[in-house]
Design a binder for this molecule. Structure first.
Ligand code: FAD
Length: 516
């Protein structure tokens, strides 16, 4: 064992020398003792956004958290090295956040994804201990076998636990249970110094809070303890349509004020036929809504609220009656409320159906110039106008999500950034422009750059005028990041000095230069 460790250290030194050299030595798999270090792969140089392609010099496929600790302790001890390291989950970032130009990408999905469950008795909590590289879909599949499930989700489940906890992890349940970072009891983290620390709100709380929403800057999450609840068997899933934005948001706010009845609230802008039908594969019941979209010069747009009610069956609640009672209080267009009942698994896994459909028509692996923002309630109507000034409904491919969240479900000590709370209003909105740009349909380099320019204009204007903050943020300069964090910058920078003083981690975010 000792001999293997010495070999690993010698080989790591060789690795660093090779990474710092103008010539790239790693052309084929190298023997780094117990470390599984490979030459770069196409996968490690790209992501879902397909906008940036930064090639690392090597990819570590860790077999255990110890491999990650070995790498980081070695790099932090050899302080002359300029080598950076990025954890890569499922690579579903947009702007190269999990990339490491000329550095090392740690492929978190190669960690064995062990999941262990603790089932609490009456009045006690249940949780799962799960590898940071496991995907949410794996946790869902395993926990459902016990009749349990996490409380807070993302819309898409083929992304990793560590990847979403490094951002926030939001979906239609967030108004009720908070983001995924509010539903974690404990983390195992390998810091930028290479130390492996088990942290929680009561033990090494500063590291725990730093890493949640920490954009991969302070440590690599190797294990997380996720809070579970009893899983419903089925879900009643409803869609209601609107032709007035104010009525749409008023009804969304009504729904999030009823957490005892409602389990999920989202919404989207119905810009054109594609944005209606492209989101309805899993929801055939809304086919009765065939509105007039007007003309190119005078377009008409609509809005759709989605809400859901869990059906526990044994609880003797008639979910049809619950949906009926809720809808009586809403002000949607005439009879345009549709509902279906689906299994809880199919409901949570709904985006997978869209993915399969897009994949089959070659529309999944295209550019994704996405922009997500948190917008204060007071600015949501202006934000809608800003969107409409910058988006043409007739050629928009994708989805524009808009739904409310409640501030008090977010901890104030994590690294996640929300708009400043200028008023006492609990409500803020998430707005996601989830756009596809297909080179095969004429959107290649110049067109993509124009879309990115427009999105930057929207983000900058919404930031200055409305106090919006980007979610899954991308800022091309460190100054942009300072502005993003605002009064929270000092705490974020102090945490960096404490947990990753050589700025080894997370180079793809572009927040800190190595050696800062
Ligand atoms: P990656 O892209 O691999 O990494 C993201 C960042 O986290 C990088 O900085 C990386 O270095 C860091 N990182 C990764 N793993 C770790 C780790 N173990 N420890 C520390 N740092 C780590 N987000 C939502 O909140 N809600 C949604 O509904 C939602 N839907 C989505 C749907 C689709 C189709 C896609 C493509 C994305 C969606 N996202 C959503 C965004 C998604 O949550 C983020 O992109 C997330 O980072 C993806 O996880 P990943 O495993 O792919 O992370």
């Amino acid at each position: 064992m000792e001999v293997a460790m010495v070999c690993t250290r010698v080989n790591l030194l060789l690795l660093i020398l090779s990474l710092c050299s103008p010539y790239k030595f790693i052309q084929s798999p190298m023997d780094f003792g117990p470390l599984n270090l490979l030459p770069t792969t196409t996968e490690a140089s790209s992501d879902f956004g397909r906008i940036l392609f930064h090639s690392p010099s090597a990819v570590l496929k860790p077999q255990s958290p110890r491999d990650i600790s070995l790498l980081l302790s070695f790099l932090s001890a050899s302080s002359l090295s300029k080598v950076t390291v990025a954890a890569r989950g499922a690579g579903h970032s947009i702007h190269g956040q999990a990339q490491a130009l000329d550095g090392i990408v740690v492929d978190m999905c190669s960690l064995p994804s062990q999941i262990e469950f603790y089932r609490g008795g009456e009045g006690d909590i249940s949780y799962a201990d799960v590898s940071g590289g496991a995907m949410w879909i794996e946790l869902l599949e395993q926990s459902l076998k016990l009749g349990l499930a996490p409380r807070s989700w993302t819309d898409y489940l083929y992304i990793t636990i560590g990847g979403t906890l490094s951002n926030a992890g939001i979906s239609g349940q967030t108004f009720k249970h908070g983001p995924q970072i509010s539903n974690v009891l404990q983390l195992e983290v390998v810091t930028g110094r290479g130390e492996t620390v088990t942290c929680s709100p009561t033990k090494d709380a500063e590291l725990f809070n730093a890493v949640l929403g920490g954009l991969g800057q302070f440590g690599i999450i190797t294990r997380a303890r996720i809070l579970l609840q009893e899983a419903p068997l089925k879900v009643k899933w409803a869609r209601a349509f609107y032709d007035d934005f104010g009525t749409f948001t008023k009804d969304q706010e009504l729904l999030v004020s009823m957490p005892d009845l409602v389990d999920y609230v989202e919404g989207f802008i119905v810009l054109n036929k594609q944005s209606l039908h492209g989101t309805s594969i899993a929801f055939p019941a809304n086919m009765g809504f065939n509105p007039d979209f007007g003309t190119k010069s005078s377009p008409k747009i609509y809005y759709c609220i989605e809400f859901a009610v869990h059906d526990y069956q044994h609880k003797n609640t008639n979910v049809d009656q619950v949906v009926e009672a809720i809808s009586m209080q809403m002000s949607h267009m005439g009879s345009h409320l549709y509902s279906v009942e689906v299994s809880y698994f199919d409901f949570l896994n709904r985006v997978r159906m869209e993915e399969m459909s897009l994949r089959s028509s070659g529309l999944w692996e295209v550019h994704h110039p996405w922009l997500n923002m948190f917008v204060p309630k007071a600015g949501i109507s202006d934000l809608r106008d800003l969107l409409m000034d910058n988006i043409s409904p007739d050629n928009f491919e994708g989805l524009i999500l808009i739904y409310p969240l409640l501030r008090d479900k977010w901890g104030t000590n994590t690294s996640a950034v929300l708009p400043d709370s200028g008023s006492t209003d609990q409500v803020m909105y998430v707005v996601g422009i989830l756009r596809s740009a297909n080179p095969e349909e004429g959107c290649s380099h110049d067109c993509l750059q124009e879309l990115l320019r427009r999105h930057r204009h929207i983000a900058d204007t919404a930031g200055v005028r409305l106090g919006a903050k980007q979610y899954l943020a991308h800022h091309p300069t460190p100054a942009g990041w300072h502005q993003h964090f605002g009064p929270r910058w000092e705490r974020f920078a102090d945490r960096k000095v404490r947990f990753d003083p050589l700025s080894i981690l997370g180079p793809g975010q572009g927040i800190f230069a190595k050696g800062n």
